[in-house]
Design a protein around this ligand. Structure first.
Ligand code: GDD
Length: 257
């Protein structure tokens, strides 16, 4: 019996999202079922339950029983969003890999907006141009994005938007630790992949609560920024050295970050 590889894996890290899980799954299944690609290959939804304590685990188990496309991995404690993305990537088998928040602030229908661009680019990022957040978060996010873009050179407006679409090769190269999921574009560019961003919708949260903390995020964000810059530096040095040993007589410098 031959098993057809899924055309898409959707990776959804969650922490305490009990009331969002059922409607999110219904919307994702509806959007993906309607795609032409689903006629010839399956898709999979991979939830990474990161030590939830609000009953999310039981809801996820009931979704596994109801939908054959749903896979769930439970962590015994909270390891953080990047670790959850990493676990989801490693368990995904799709040709394409999508990521989305589990709180219904992203619109699953926007997957249709991202998909056409994956023919041209290796990573397609959602851009929450019209964000539904309070002023403090809007301003802190604008500053954080400007600093990050200037330091890493990724030229992306909104790396925090979880709605993203990756070619399989990109997720296989990702090394995720601490808060690295907020640097997907810089990490992809560092490995020579192409990146674009497209505007997507963003809705206010209606169920459950945000786990976001400005102070905590600021401190960790600075640490992550230094770590990514160091990785970029190492990667460039490696590329220069490889070029120097493989091409002669005069090695050309790498042209892409
Ligand atoms: N696995 C896991 N998931 C988490 C964790 N913390 C949050 N999440 C999940 O990540 C999604 C977003 O979490 P929120 O706490 O609601 O974040 P937000 O306030 O909406 O923040 C948004 O912007 C941030 C920066 O711009 C983003 O980093 C974040 O992903 C999200 O898009 C939800 O699905 C939530 O369950 C965690 O520790 N572990």
């Amino acid at each position: 019996m031959t098993v057809t590889r899924p055309w898409a894996s959707v990776v959804i890290p969650i922490k305490d999202e009990r009331d969002n899980l059922m409607p999110l799954t219904e919307q994702l299944v509806k959007v993906l079922d309607a795609r032409e690609e689903s006629r010839s290959a399956p898709f999979e939804l991979i939830f990474i339950d990161d030590g939830s304590s609000d009953g999310s685990s039981e809801v996820l188990d009931s979704l596994v029983a109801r939908y054959r496309t749903v896979k769930v991995f439970h962590f015994d404690r909270n390891y953080g969003q990047s670790a959850a993305f990493d676990a989801g990537f490693k368990r995904s088998t799709g040709e394409l890999v999508m990521t989305i928040d589990g709180d219904l602030q992203n619109d699953p229908a926007d997957i249709a907006t991202l998909l056409p661009h994956i023919k041209t680019f290796d990573l397609v990022c959602g851009w929450r141009k019209d964000r539904h957040d309070n002023l403090t978060r809007k301003i802190s996010s604008r500053i954080a994005n400007s600093v990050r873009s200037a330091v890493t050179g990724d030229r992306v407006h909104d790396t925090g938007c979880s709605l993203k679409l990756f070619r399989r090769a990109v997720v296989e190269k990702m090394q995720l630790f601490e808060g690295m999921h907020r640097f997907f574009p810089a990490l992809a560019l560092m490995h020579g992949f192409t990146v674009t961003e497209v505007p997507v919708r963003h809705y206010p949260r209606t169920r459950g609560t945000s786990k976001y903390g400005v102070g905590n995020r600021l401190f960790k964000g600075l640490y992550d920024l230094v770590a990514v810059r160091w990785m970029q530096h190492r990667c460039l040095r490696y590329q220069y050295r490889t070029a120097a040993t493989t091409s002669s007589p005069s090695p050309s410098a790498p042209t892409r970050l």
